[in-house]
Design a protein around this ligand. Structure first.
Ligand SMILES: CC/C=C\C/C=C\C/C=C\C/C=C\C/C=C\C/C=C\CCC(=O)SCCNC(=O)CCNC(=O)[C@H](O)C(C)(C)COP(=O)(O)OP(=O)(O)OC[C@H]1O[C@@H](n2cnc3c(N)ncnc32)[C@H](O)[C@@H]1OP(=O)(O)O
Ligand SMILES: CCCCCCCCCCCCCCCC(=O)OC[C@@H](O)COP(=O)(O)O
Length: 373
C-alpha cells in the first residue's frame, strides 16, 4: 500500500519539523499523536514510517473492528497492534496488557494514537464541542475533543524504566494536511491520483509530560488547543511554519511489491487461463463467481477507509447524555474550568516560544533552502 501511494499515485509528502529533532526520528521509541481528518491519513503515516525505517514496528491503538478486516487486520493481530472497543471499562485491562508487551519490543517503534478516537465529521464535531462546553474547555475548530484515557495510560505505561530495554522517550505531536484543500481517498490513490501531504511534527520529550492522570489529561487538551491554532495558521497561509525537510521515498516498498507481484500474480494469471480453457462450464462459472466475490471483498475493505461509511462512535446524542452524567463529577468539572483558563494562558506562552523558535528556523530555511536528508 505504501508502494501504491509513493510510486503508483506519486503522492508527495513534505515534513515540517525542527532540524534539531530530525536525527531522533526512527532512532527512538515514540508515541505519535495525529489528527484524524483524512481517509488516507494512516497511509501517509505508514509512508513516513517507511522513510524512517520503522514501518515494520509501527503500532497503533486501533478500533477492534479493524482486527477482522481480511489480511490487513489479521496481519495487525500478529504485529502486536493494540486493539480497543472504545469503551474504557472494557478496554482498560487489555490495553494495559498490550502496552506492557510493547515494552519488550526489540526494535524502535512508533505508537500512533488518534486521540480524537474517530474521524472528523461535522456532526461529530458539533456533539464533541457540546461536550467541551459542558466541561468548560475552549472550543476547537478543526479537531474533535480528544479522549484522554488512552493517551494517559500509554504515557504512564511506556514511560522509561531502567530495567527495560525499550522505553519511549518522546511524543511526536503531528498534524497532517493536504495542499489546496484536497480530500484524498484510497480509491483516488488506486486510480493513480497524485496528492500532496504536509506533515508537521513537533518532538516533545516525554519527561515534560505530567505523570499524574488528571494533569496528563489537561496537558492533552492543551496540546489539542495548540494543534487547532496551528491548523488555523495552515488554513490562512497554506503551509505550516518552519523549515521543510522531505525525507525522500526509498525503493524498498516498490521492490517488495514487485517481488510479490512476480511470485503471486504471474502464477495466478496462468491458473486462471488454465481454468478458462478447461472447457467445463462449472469450472468457468465457479472461477467467475470467485473473482466477483474477491473484488467485492476488496471493495468492502476499501470501504473501511471511507468516512461516510464510518462508525457512529462520537455521533450519538445518547452517548453525550451518558457522558454529561459522567461529567457531573462536579469538582472535576470545576477543576477543568479553572485549568482551561490556565491552559489558554499556557498556549499563548507556548506559542510565543514556538513562534520565536520558528522564526529562528525560518532564518535557517532561508539560509539553506529545503534540504533533503
Ligand atoms: C516523523 C514522523 C512522525 C510521525 C508520522 C506519523 C504517523 C506514523 C505513525 C505510526 C503509524 C502506525 C500505524 C498506522 C496504521 C494504521 C492505523 C489505522 C487505523 C487505526 C485508527 C483507529 O482505529 S482510531 C480509533 C481507535 N482508537 C482510539 O480511539 C484511540 C483514542 N481513544 C482513546 O484513547 C480512548 O481514551 C479509549 C478508546 C482508550 C477509551 O475511550 P472512552 O470513550 O471509553 O474513554 P475516554 O475517557 O477517553 O472518553 C470519554 C470522555 O470523553 C468525553 N467526550 C469527548 N467527546 C465526546 C463525545 N463526542 N461523546 C461523548 N463523550 C465525549 C467524555 O465526556 C468523557 O469524558 P470524562 O471526563 O467523563 O471522562
Ligand atoms: C489493489 C488492492 C488494494 C486493496 C486495498 C485494501 C485496503 C484495505 C485497507 C484496510 C485498512 C483500514 C484502515 C482504516 C483506518 C481508519 O482510518 O480507521 C478508521 C478509524 O480510525 C476510526 O473509525 P471511525 O470511527 O469509523 O471514523
Amino acid at each position: 500500500m505504501v508502494a501504491l501511494l509513493e510510486w503508483w499515485s506519486g503522492t508527495e509528502c513534505t515534513l515540517y519539523t525542527d532540524p534539531a529533532s530530525y536525527p531522533f526520528y526512527g532512532k527512538e521509541d515514540a508515541i505519535v499523536v495525529l489528527n484524524h481528518n483524512f481517509e488516507i491519513d494512516f497511509l501517509c503515516g505508514w509512508t513516513f514510517c517507511e522513510r524512517f525505517g520503522v514501518l515494520g514496528s509501527s503500532k497503533v491503538l486501533a478500533k477492534k473492528e479493524l482486527a477482522y478486516v481480511p489480511v490487513i487486520g489479521w496481519m495487525w493481530y500478529f504485529l502486536e497492534i493494540v486493539f480497543c472497543k472504545r469503551k474504557w471499562e472494557e478496554d482498560q485491562k487489555t490495553v494495559v496488557q498490550s502496552l506492557q508487551r510493547l515494552k519488550d519490543y526489540p526494535e524502535n517503534f512508533w505508537f500512533l494514537l488518534y486521540c480524537e478516537g474517530t474521524r472528523f465529521t461535522q456532526k461529530k464535531h458539533k456533539i464533541s464541542m457540546e461536550v467541551a462546553e459542558r466541561k468548560g474547555l475552549p472550543k476547537l475548530k478543526y479537531h474533535l475533543l480528544p479522549r484522554t484515557k488512552g493517551f494517559c495510560v500509554t504515557v504512564q505505561h511506556l514511560r522509561g524504566k531502567v530495567c527495560v530495554s525499550s522505553v519511549v522517550t518522546a511524543v511526536y505531536d503531528s498534524t497532517l494536511n493536504f495542499r489546496n484543500n484536497q480530500t484524498p481517498t484510497l480509491l483516488g490513490i488506486l486510480n493513480g491520483k497524485k496528492y500532496h501531504a504536509d506533515l508537521y511534527v513537533r518532538r516533545i520529550p516525554l519527561d515534560s509530560i505530567p505523570e499524574n492522570e488528571s494533569e496528563c489529561a489537561i496537558w492533552l487538551h492543551k496540546l489539542y488547543q495548540e494543534k487547532d491554532e496551528l491548523q488555523e495558521k495552515y488554513s490562512v497561509t497554506g503551509r505550516f511554519p518552519g523549515p521543510t525537510l522531505s525525507p525522500p521515498r526509498r525503493p524498498w516498498a516498490l521492490l517488495n511489491w514487485l517481488f510479490w507481484i512476480c511470485l503471486l500474480l504471474f502464477p495466478l494469471c496462468l491458473l486462471l487461463l488454465q481454468l478458462f480453457h478447461s472447457g467445463s462450464a462449472f469450472t468457468i462459472c465457479t472461477t467467475v463467481l470467485l473473482c466477483f466475490a474477491a473484488s467485492l471483498g476488496v471493495r468492502w475493505m476499501i470501504g473501511q477507509t471511507e468516512i461516510n461509511r464510518g462508525s457512529s462512535y462520537g455521533n450519538k446524542e445518547g452517548q453525550l447524555n451518558n457522558n454529561a452524567q459522567v461529567s457531573k463529577v462536579t469538582n472535576k468539572d470545576s477543576r477543568t474550568t479553572k485549568t482551561s483558563a490556565a491552559c489558554t494562558a499556557g498556549i499563548k506562552n507556548n506559542h510565543e516560544q514556538f513562534s520565536t523558535k520558528q522564526e529562528g528556523n525560518t532564518q535557517l530555511d532561508q539560509d539553506t533552502g529545503s534540504c533533503s536528508c
